[in-house]
Write a protein that binds this ligand. Sequence first.
Ligand SMILES: Nc1ncnc2c1ncn2[C@@H]1O[C@H](COP(=O)(O)O)[C@@H](OP(=O)(O)O)[C@H]1O
Ligand SMILES: [Mg+2]
Length: 308
Amino acid sequence: MYGNLWRRPGFSEVWPGPGALEARGRVLWNNNHRLASLTHHYQGKSEVNGGYERYLEWAQTAGERAGAAILTHYRTTGPVDLKSDGSPVTPADRAAHEVIMTVLAQATPDVPVASEEGGEIAGDRYWSVDPLDGTKEYVARTGAFVVNVALVEGGRPVVGVIFVPVTGECYFALKGGGAFKKTPAGVQRLNGRAFLGGPVRVVGSARHGTEAVTGLCEALACDEGGIERTALGSAWKFGWLAEGRADLYPRFGPTHTWDTAAGQCLVEESGGAVWVAGRQPLIYHHARQLNPSFVAVADARFAWPDFL
Ligand SMILES: Nc1ncnc2c1ncn2[C@@H]1O[C@H](COP(=O)(O)O)[C@@H](OP(=O)(O)O)[C@H]1O
Ligand SMILES: [Mg+2]
């Protein structure tokens, strides 16, 4: 046993930004809003789950159309600008944002949208959108970039869509309704993978917090019979957890809420979890754009925090 994950170097417990205190103290999930469980398969257009399937369909439409817009730009070499925080932004980011805003404004005019590229942020229920997550990967042409669309309610992601433009894969999940992946071959349910011993498959950012993750991997390699580590950009990492390609996604250092909300819904619905310090679930608040460090796991039943 190594020690306590939450005390590892580089793991930040701090919830950055305004709204942090409210976010920590919130009721995590209101039973009145608990969604009835779907049994084994996505039920299409039925009204189970309180009508949230309609939100899922709109999120899928927005994600897929944004992905198509991104691909038209990806075929050419366009300009790269820098935002005030020094992160890159391209015409593809802006085009994807416009597409998503148009779809969501038509579908749910009363639901505000918090997008990386701008939008309102208010209320208990809102869309959390990253039109092009992994912009550095897009610029570097690695293909590891996605579109994230999530619906957040009561601090929890209840709908999550991650669309991968270069492969056409669409990961999606509905709170209480399961996690799925849609490809041209069809729709498959995602169940993560039970962790039954090493090697541990770790997936992490290609560009952020890699040294701290290396320290964690060294400890794991000693204790768990080795690790297999993959660097992958964007929220695609959550898709890997959900589909059983990875066991652990440790994230040391800040992310934005739109980087994680869709992926968290996917991972939670496939048997995993996204934990901040103390094994608490990552939660959201409209007034807060930054997340603390977290670790996402494919198998929430395994006692990762004690072990790491
Ligand atoms: N210092 C920082 N503060 C907040 N978010 C950061 C950050 N460094 C990286 N990120 C987030 O991490 C995302 C990239 O993650 P990864 O390295 O896993 O691909 C970025 O998404 P964008 O590419 O959409 O800007 C950005 O939101
Ligand atoms: Mg992002």
